[in-house]
Structure formats: C-alpha cells, structure tokens
Design a protein around this ligand. Structure first.
Ligand code: COI
Length: 396
C-alpha cells in the first residue's frame, strides 16, 4: 500500500500542470487498514488549477506571513458524513455566512509549521505529526472534530508538493504552513457546530521578528493574564492570541518588544513570552514552565529540551517565580533567557522589566547556549546537520 500511494502521489504531481481539474488519489478504502499501515487513509484530493500563477516575492525581503502561495487545501466536515471533499484549489477569499459560529464564538484552532529546502534541493518538514497531534488536543478542548494524524500529514505533504517552487532557498527562509479548522455552521446558539472546514495555506517567510536573532526587551505583564488552569492555554486557538494582543500593545508603548506572561492564578510564576515558550539558564541549569494546561506544548520547546538533555544539561520543567527570576538577574546567576517557537525558532531576551525592577541579561548579547541551540536546530531543519533523532520528513 505504501508503494502504491507513493506511485499515485508522483503521478498526481507530474500531471498537475497539464490538467485543469483532476482527481488526486492517494489511498483507497476509507479507513485505516491496520495499525502498521499509518498512511492507509482515504485521501482523494481533487486538484483545481489556477489560471495565472502569482508572481513570487523577492526572497531577500519576505518578512513574515505576507505573501500567500498559489494554492490552498480545503476539506469539509459534517456531522452526517465526516470528512469529505478534500481539494487543492487556487488560494483566495472564501465566503462565510454572517451568522457563522466562528465569527461569533471563535470555534477555531490552528497550527504553525514549516517546510525547509536543503542545499541539495530536497524539501523537508519538521516533526509534522506533533502538529497533527496538538491539533487533535486543541480540537478536543474546543469540541471540534478530530482530524486523524495521517490525514493531516498527508494533506500538508500534498499541498507542499504542489507548491514546491514556493519553498525559498535563501539562507534562513522557509515555507510557513498554516493548517487551521473552524466551524462553518450558520447559527447563533452557542453549541458544538454541525459543520467545519479544515484548510491549509502557505507563505514563504524570512525572520519573524525584525530584530532577527538579536536580543529583545521584554516586559513582565503583572495585570493581564493569558491562561488559567482548566482554560484553553494549552491549545492553539485563535482566542488565546486575540486575548494576548492588548499586552503586546501595552509593552510596545513602553518600548518593549513583547510581554512575559505570569500564571493566571497567582500572577507569580513565569509561563510564556508573547506567543512563544520561554527558557531560562540559571547557574548552569535550564528552567521552563511545565506543560500543565496553561502553556502551549511547543514543538520547538520539546526539540530544544531533547537537545539540551542530550548535551548533559539539567532541564527543570518546573514553576519558576518572577521574584526568583529577578533575584537571579541581580545576583549574576541568570545567564541566558530565550523564547522558542516555530515562527522565530529562538528569540534571545536581553532585558527584563518587572514593575520598576530591570535586569540586563548577558550584556544584551546572544548567549553561547542560545546560539548553539539555534545553530543545531536550524542545522537539522535545513539539512546542514545529520538528523539523528529522525525528526525530518522529506516531501517527495
Ligand atoms: C510560533 O512561534 O510559531 C507562533 O505560534 C507564532 C505564530 C502565532 C505566528
């Protein structure tokens, strides 16, 4: 079955420039055949060719999230039929009923991942099944339908294959992939909707922050909170991000790039920085907030923890109070601080402000370990270093 699906995939891609509309048949059957056959799901992907391809942007000035590619993946779900009508169609606006549940009650989840072009011209994804599993967990919390891991990964691979010419090759650039799901039912009662859409759009990207991998100034937010236990903090749902923007605006007004969020109950323990996980190197050990319902289980966070433990560092996934953090900043034991996330990879913190207390970290320079983590992770992602963990997945 594996070789059949690979052959069919190759056939579909080869034909994509010749036909206006075609059926992309990945699998037959409708269900997982057995546990070993992880790719054995139905994915009849219809392909609709666009008349004119877009002009590609200058790879040296991509910024983040500005230029969408030519195509998008779309699939519908209804209560009666489940997932149906998978298609890759020209990227463009979609219509929505003004009473659409998502517009009123934010029943929406998303993911963020990247495709990387190696020096040999291969295209690879990074731990895509982790994004698929996280979306399942996000959806379970928001009462949205489950999209099986295999279907998620196959859909991503199919779209990236169609868009392979959009995967940039300039240093530090990649194709950002944004899978997302939302309720489409038109009804104003608050309830689990009867219809949803799963879509994937892509855009070639450069650095997420204008500062690139240079240190940023961070303000500890002591009034607003991002998440509470029992809430949606561990999910990637749009509402979490909408609620975070005010903190960011406040921080920017005070000359800071982002906020450091404290826990919602005590406003005492450090949790995330902006939209990223955060790690602290204090007296040679690493500290990061535990995954206990309020913090996003980041793919980059998990990968960094693997690397750090492999290099012999003690990584404490534990609560760290802002008081202890500032104390470490003053007594010289706070050696490095950095945010981790798919979009920016790593974002070093050069200054922390908590109320009237300010500490500078590593003389506002990127730390040695921060740089090593960045070089190693991006080395694996772009194929410059061997992938001994089996994290990369080639798109063929
Ligand atoms: C990431 O760091 O990957 C993010 O989640 C940022 C994204 C919301 C743009």
């Amino acid at each position: 079955l594996h070789s059949t699906s690979r052959r069919q995939r190759q056939m579909c891609i080869r034909d994509r420039n010749n036909l206006d509309t075609q059926k992309r048949k990945y699998h037959n059957g409708g269900q997982k055949k057995n546990d070993r056959e992880s790719e054995a799901y139905v994915m009849d992907i219809r392909f609709e060719k666009r008349e004119h391809l877009k002009e590609k942007p200058d790879q040296k000035h991509l910024g983040f999230g500005k230029y969408m590619t030519d195509y998008m993946f779309v699939m519908d779900w209804t209560k009666e039929e489940g997932w149906k009508d998978a298609r890759i169609v020209p990227e463009g606006p979609i219509t929505m009923d003004p009473a659409c549940v998502t517009l009123h009650y934010a029943q929406e989840t998303f993911e963020g991942m990247k495709a990387y072009r190696t020096a040999e011209g291969k295209i690879q994804l990074f731990r895509p099944e982790m994004n698929a599993k996280r979306m399942i967990n996000s959806n379970a919390r928001l009462c949205m339908p489950e999209l099986p891991v295999d279907m998620f990964v196959e859909a991503v691979k199919a779209l990236v294959k169609v868009e392979e010419d959009w995967v940039p090759s300039e240093p530090e650039t990649s194709l950002y992939i944004r899978p997302f799901m939302f309720a489409t039912e038109a009804a104003l009662g608050v309830h689990m909707a009867s219809a949803y859409k799963f879509m994937i759009i892509c855009c070639p990207v450069g650095a997420y922050y204008a500062e690139g991998i240079n240190p940023v100034k961070i303000l500890v937010e002591d009034e607003l909170v991002r998440a509470v236990k029992g809430g949606t903090g561990f999910t990637k749902c749009g509402g979490n991000y909408a609620g975070s923007i005010l903190g960011q605006v406040k921080a920017e007004k005070m000359g800071y790039s982002q906020v450091l969020w404290l826990d919602g109950e005590h406003r005492k323990y450090v949790e995330e920085v902006g939209t990223m996980n955060i790690m602290f190197k204090i007296a040679g050990e690493i500290y990061t907030a535990p995954i206990e319902g309020t913090v996003l289980p980041g793919v980059t966070r998990d990968s960094m923890i693997h690397l750090l433990r492999d290099w012999g560092y003690k990584v404490n996934e534990t609560r760290l109070s802002v008081d202890d953090l500032m104390k470490a900043g003053h007594d010289g034991t706070l050696e490095e601080v950095f945010g981790t996330g798919t979009a920016a990879v790593i974002s070093p913190v050069g200054e922390l402000r908590y109320k009237d207390d300010v500490v500078t970290i590593n003389d506002f320079k990127i730390g040695e370990l921060t740089q090593k983590l960045y070089d190693t992770l991006t080395g694996i992602q772009w194929g410059r270093l061997p992938d001994k963990y089996g994290w990369t997945v080639e798109v063929k």
